[in-house]
Design a protein around this ligand. Structure first.
Ligand code: CA
Length: 129
């Protein structure tokens, strides 16, 4: 089974987030969150289903598998760690979300853990620019 691409990771992250916040994820909500067409979402949902991240039935909805939940949990945590880090070092709030979306897929777990430790250290020491 192949590794999730950055696009797949973003979908899983959004599905995980929606299920966590609302209890369910609908195609229309995924499309608006990711700023893509519903037809694009449908295509990706089929792919995520075939790769074992979700169970998808057109009129029944979307459920994350354990593998999907693990990926979603990690992707969301990774996103929040990076947002936190950029915020702590003083990056402008309006740029933070998009910049995290850009870099998050290119850092491994070890780097994410180290950035988290560094962020905690900076917070504890009341780092200010
Ligand atoms: Ca993302």
């Amino acid at each position: 089974m192949s590794k999730a691409t950055p696009t797949m990771e973003d979908y899983i992250e959004v599905i995980y987030y929606l299920v966590k916040e609302k209890g369910y994820a609908r195609s229309a909500d995924i499309a608006s969150k990711l700023n893509v067409y519903p037809s694009t979402v449908t295509k990706m949902l089929k792919k995520l289903d075939s790769e074992g991240y979700i169970l998808y039935e057109k009129y029944r909805g979307i459920a994350l598998t354990q593998k999907g939940k693990n990926m979603g949990d990690y992707a969301l945590r990774r996103h929040n760690i990076l947002e936190d880090f950029l915020r702590v070092i003083g990056v402008k709030e309006k740029n933070i979300y998009d910049e995290v979306e850009g870099i998050e897929h290119h850092l491994g777990r070890d780097s994410i853990n180290k950035i988290q430790l560094l962020t905690e250290y900076l917070k504890e020491n009341k780092y200010k620019i």
